[in-house]
Design a protein around this ligand. Sequence first.
Ligand SMILES: [Zn+2]
Length: 144
Amino acid sequence: MGIEHFGTVSFTSETKAAGFVTFLEQGKVMATRCRKCGASCFPPKMDCPKCFSSDVEWFEIKGSGKLATYTVVNYGPTGFEDDAPYILALVAFGDGLQVFGRLSRDIEEGDIKVGMELSLVPIKLPKDRIAYEFQTAHGNTPHG
Ligand SMILES: [Zn+2]
């Protein structure tokens, strides 16, 4: 799986998951869950990768997850060269749901810790692209 492309793809070309973009525009990051076997899937898939059922439903990825691992990407994919370097993270949201995405640039590399709490936030990009990124989930916690 080419995770280096993740978080920078334009989802608009993926017609089967077009609803994903609509949800993003509404400020929601959505995944799919299979009604038959319960497998959750991100990015969303209209066919369950485990039991191949097409009986899947959308659900919103809410709250925060825990950083499982991350990697620094020094070369952006074609069309996104200017984005590099950036940091790709794998975040576990429970129920076996793991989400790949980019870390917000507000997070310094030196502050990244495996296990830190992150939340998924939709972001607008230039050229009408829309994506999502991970931001720290500390809410209104004061500094110190
Ligand atoms: Zn299934």
